[in-house]
Ligand binder design. Structure first.
Ligand SMILES: NC(=O)c1ccc[n+]([C@@H]2O[C@H](COP(=O)([O-])OP(=O)(O)OC[C@H]3O[C@@H](n4cnc5c(N)ncnc54)[C@H](O)[C@@H]3O)[C@@H](O)[C@H]2O)c1
Length: 479
């Protein structure tokens, strides 16, 4: 006899745990299944984001940023420290402690909200039944009127550069190096490559990033990408564009250490670099392997994503899917919103996610963030727009912080003034972007933002002046 619930959630990552907690808050008897184990071999809730993604990478980004600033920025403030050193064991231990705190936090939130956790691999069967193969080898069956699939995503592996967890790694391995690699190669100048490449570069590694596309950060605003590329170059990150990797061979040296010989072709022809560690960060794919038993009626698209409509419904009665395993950006916060929206729809409430106002953030130095459309997208779509921007180099607070790089740019409709996009590069722009998200959610205009009082001196004033610049009336720069 199957255990009965109102809602079963498969996956306790960002999308899944939000769905489960919200469903339980709404009075629905909810179960949430997750197969993941932590570094200690015990079940760990929270998905990629909490275990091996957003949170641990931010812990290491912050540690490495402090170390970098100590060596490269503090001098400007007149601060010096003799022979700065970093203890990688302590740094990784701090990261692990944060992960444990937050994965354990989800278990506590489940308890407080009366969500029943099941630890094992969940498979959807026909008739809204989910079988769970638990870690002790036993299988239990659960049944509910509604099942929410939130299975997440896995790193894409290149056939010629298979992960070995030691020398050729994905994000998981690159969060756990025991020492700073002298030479590190990265395949893919996307979000993970730039963030984790930055971490080890700041700690002293010689980092080469090989990107197949000819343009750097093609999804971002072109000026933002150009500014970021210039800053990364100053930091010594060696980013090679139009570099198509064809081979990665691990060679074991006489002293038992290993190195990777990476072959790639670019405009100059075939080249080889030799590195001690190779991070492969060429994107992620939906983790839907083995998720669906025969006859469920749930469809996967060509890329293995669960097919859903705009309400995250699969078309099969009572079966929904959210987060990285469905269309849309693979971002934790997009999953958060979908999880909540589906739980509310199941409870008979209105639930909706606006994919047009999902913010993007890359947590490098400087940070990169955006919401809405780029100038290129607006031009391609024939939408008339006006742009206003403001540089941090002209902003008192940013200069006082010795962080003058970057700018805020606002794009507004040429006739209605409605904000269509905001693009930022610079210090703390991961926070500033939300002013754009809020304005866009409320269908705000550039003039609305320009007429809102912003505290002085703050970084947010760059948003204010950029909004004024849209109407060529910025105060702190020539228009
Ligand atoms: N800050 C964040 O929000 C954050 C952080 C980490 C991960 N993520 C998400 O995780 C997902 C995966 O991140 P990612 O960085 O792996 O993927 P990505 O899609 O961001 O970037 C992958 C890059 O690899 C390049 N590439 C692909 N194949 C290649 C090859 N054979 N040789 C050289 N380059 C190649 C692509 O052109 C692309 O630029 C993304 O969807 C991202 O949004 C987000």
């Amino acid at each position: 006899m199957a255990d009965q619930f109102d809602v079963i959630v498969i996956g306790a990552g960002p999308a899944g745990y939000h769905a489960a907690i919200r469903a339980a808050q709404l009075g629905l008897k909810t179960a949430c299944i997750d197969a993941a184990l932590g570094k200690d071999g015990k079940p760990a809730l929270g998905g990629t984001c909490l275990r091996v993604g957003c949170i641990p990478s931010k812990a290491l980004l912050d540690s490495s940023r402090q170390f970098w600033n100590l060596q490269h920025l503090f001098g400007e403030h007149g601060i010096s420290a003799k022979e700065p050193a970093i203890d990688i064991g302590t740094m990784i231990g701090r990261k692990d402690k944060i992960v444990k705190q937050f994965t354990g936090g989800i278990a506590m939130l489940f308890k407080a909200n009366k969500v029943t956790p099941y630890y094992g691999f969940g498979q959807l069967q026909p008739g809204n039944v989910v079988s769970v193969k638990q870690h002790d080898g036993t299988t239990v069956e659960l049944k509910a009127a509604n099942v929410i699939i939130a299975a997440g995503s896995d790193s894409i592996e290149l056939p010629f550069a298979k992960f070995d967890g030691k020398t050729i790694v994905d994000n998981v391995g690159a969060l756990d190096f025991t020492e700073v690699p002298k030479r590190m190669g990265v395949i893919g100048a996307g979000v993970i490559g730039l963030e984790l490449g930055s971490v080890w570069k700041r700690l002293g590694s010689e980092v080469v990033i090989l990107e197949a596309l000819p343009d750097f950060l093609a999804a971002a605003d072109a000026e933002v990408a150009k500014t970021a590329a210039r800053e990364f170059k100053k930091q010594g990150l060696d980013i090679r564009l139009g570099a198509k990797v064809s081979k990665a061979e691990v060679k074991v040296l006489p002293n038992k250490s290993s190195e990777v010989h990476v072959t790639y072709a670019d405009a100059k022809g075939e080249q080889t670099i030799v590195v001690d560690k190779l991070l492969v960060s060429v994107g992620r794919r939906a983790a839907t392997k083995g998720l669906l038993a025969d006859g469920t009626g749930v469809k996967l698209d060509a890329r293995g994503m669960v097919e859903v409509d705009e309400h995250c419904h699969t078309g099969v009665d009572g079966v929904w899917a959210v987060g990285d395993c469905v269309r849309g950006p693979m971002l934790a916060h997009k999953g958060f919103e979908e999880g909540v929206a589906v739980a509310e729809l199941i409870a008979g409430l209105p639930g909706h996610v606006n994919l047009d106002t999902i913010p993007w953030v890359i947590y490098t130095e400087p940070e990169i963030a955006w919401v809405g459309k780029t100038e290129k997208q607006l031009t391609d779509e024939g939408i008339p727009y006006k742009a206003g921007s403001f540089p941090f180099a002209a902003l008192g607070r940013a200069v006082a912080m010795a962080e003058p790089a970057g700018f805020v740019k606002i794009l507004a409709h040429a006739e209605t003034d409605r904000i269509l996009g905001m693009h930022l590069v610079g210090v703390n722009v991961s926070e500033l972007v939300h002013e754009g998200v809020l304005a866009m959610e409320f269908s705000g205009s550039a003039d609305d933002l320009a007429r809102i009082c912003h505290a002085h001196p703050t970084l947010s004033e760059a948003v204010h002046d950029a909004a004024m610049a849209v109407a060529k009336r910025a105060i702190h720069k020539a228009n």
